[in-house]
Design a protein around this ligand. Structure first.
Ligand code: FES
Length: 164
């Protein structure tokens, strides 16, 4: 089938051009990341600018940005038209901020891990990797989140208890 430049693309063509599996495209569609319209024969057709959205999903995946975050950002982009350069700048700036946050978290973990190398104490009071933040330490030593378990509550008497 030959396609005119303005023709909407059948799913096979989108798969061929993006390398994304048809099942993943269906999933993206369910999530509202991309959209397709249906032909009279109930076949999906994708507007060409969906290729850009899919490319951006692939970039996000490479950056470790979750599909939930992609969806958040995509809700600010027009679905029916090609996003503008400004739209893309906004998206990339937001993801850059997320990457910088993650980088700071990784650097913090790296510092904590450095303190643990060769230690091995895995102490709840000293090891920041094992017990980050230690919010419950302010309440004093010992277990803080224990609730009466089924074993510690009085057990109802059964007939066998009476016989023995
Ligand atoms: S293992 Fe000792 S401080 Fe983390």
């Amino acid at each position: 089938m030959s396609l005119e430049p303005d023709d909407a693309l059948p799913i096979g063509e989108v798969v061929r051009r993006t390398g994304v599996a048809a099942s993943a495209l269906h999933y993206y569609e369910q999530m509202g990341l991309i959209a397709a319209h249906r032909t009279s024969g109930n076949q999906r057709r994708y507007a060409r600018h969906m290729l850009r959205r899919i490319s951006l999903i692939l970039v996000a995946k490479r950056l470790g940005i979750g599909l939930g975050d992609v969806r958040d950002v995509f809700t600010t982009l027009p679905m029916e038209t090609v996003p503008t350069i400004r739209d893309w700048q906004r998206v990339s700036q937001r993801w850059r901020t997320q990457l910088e946050e993650r980088k700071r978290e990784i650097e913090q973990l790296e510092r904590e891990l450095t303190g643990c190398i060769g230690c091995g104490c895995l102490s709840m009071s000293a090891c920041q990797l094992l017990n980050p933040g230690d919010e419950l330490a302010e309440q004093g030593p010992g277990p803080r989140r224990l609730v009466p378990s089924a074993q510690s509550r009085p057990r109802p008497r059964r007939e066998l208890d009476v016989i023995q």
